[in-house]
Design a protein around this ligand. Structure first.
Ligand code: KIV
Length: 275
């Protein structure tokens, strides 16, 4: 029996967690981008992006805030629903925003909202040791979970800004330990933000699950960037790991295809994008 998802386009089967596991095993890199609306979602689908994240970065690039902290569950559901309408092949992941997962029950309630109202297939939460039980609880309810480690933008007021994480040996060891604990708790993917490339390499090698990096070097199983950064829409100072894929591209779709190709061929990130 075919599922509704498989029937949508049998020549381009939807990306699932099993697809990502196979990509990790075979060495094929995972190309991932953020997205916030249906029009761009259609283009990301056409460009063959593997994983689309409705990130709470929408607080900064769509709403104009300085951080992701003001983003609400209603904001996330609204944008996720719009993105879901434009997608067929990519796996759709959505962020649980700031303070939407302070307890296991609230995490479950809000993950269900992202899935039932927003159409997400997987939820992402910024994770430290304190979130292990929450990941375990969501996983025990068969919810696909991505654990976000390294620079955690929801914590910037506590950690003192957008800085590279895990530079010191003790911090790197702690992050590796936490990543392993989150995997054991049931995390299906780990996302690593802004860590030295060597730490990205070690965590990727030590985990069974796929690791997707942003500013985490070339050795992770995949790369994710903020859509508006690669299309050169974001104004102001850009992080070191950002590459402008509009340069030399005739239109948005071509820029997206160049990003996917650069990730798949291992040409992005280059040494100048790494910490
Ligand atoms: O919200 C977001 O866009 C993210 C990316 C930085 C990975 O979490």
């Amino acid at each position: 029996m075919y599922t509704h998802l498989q029937l949508r386009d049998s020549t381009r089967p939807p990306v699932s967690l099993a697809t990502l596991d196979r990509m990790k095993a075979s060495g094929e890199k995972i190309a991932s981008l953020t997205c916030y609306d249906a029009s761009f979602a259609t283009l990301l689908d056409e460009a063959d992006v593997d994983v689309v994240l409705v990130g709470d970065s929408l607080g900064m690039v769509i709403q104009g805030h300085d951080t992701t902290v003001p983003v609400t569950m209603d904001d996330m559901v609204y944008h996720c629903r719009a993105v879901a309408r434009g997608l067929h092949r990519p796996l759709l992941m959505a962020d649980l925003p700031f303070m939407s997962y302070p307890s296991k029950d609230q995490a479950l309630l809000n993950a269900v909202r992202l899935m039932q109202e927003g159409g997400a297939e997987m939820v992402k939460l910024e994770s430290g040791g304190g979130q292990i039980e929450i990941v375990e609880f969501l996983a025990s309810h068969d919810i696909a979970v991505c654990a976000h480690l390294g620079l955690k933008p929801q914590s910037v007021h506590k950690t003192g800004g957008f800085r590279v994480q895990g530079r010191e040996q003790s911090a790197a060891e702690k992050m590796l330990k936490t990543a392993k604990a989150l995997e054991s708790a049931g995390a299906d993917i780990v996302l690593l933000e802004c860590v030295p490339r060597e730490l990205g390499k070690i965590i990727t090698a030590e985990l069974q699950v796929p690791v997707i990096g942003i500013g985490a070097g070339p050795d992770t199983n995949g790369q994710i960037l903020v859509l508006y950064d690669i299309l050169d829409i974001t104004t102001g100072r850009k992080p070191r790991f950002v590459q402008n894929f509009m340069e030399g591209a005739g239109n948005n779709l071509e820029a997206l295809r160049r990003f996917v190709q650069a990730v798949k061929q291992g040409n992005y990130p280059a040494p100048e994008h790494c910490f």
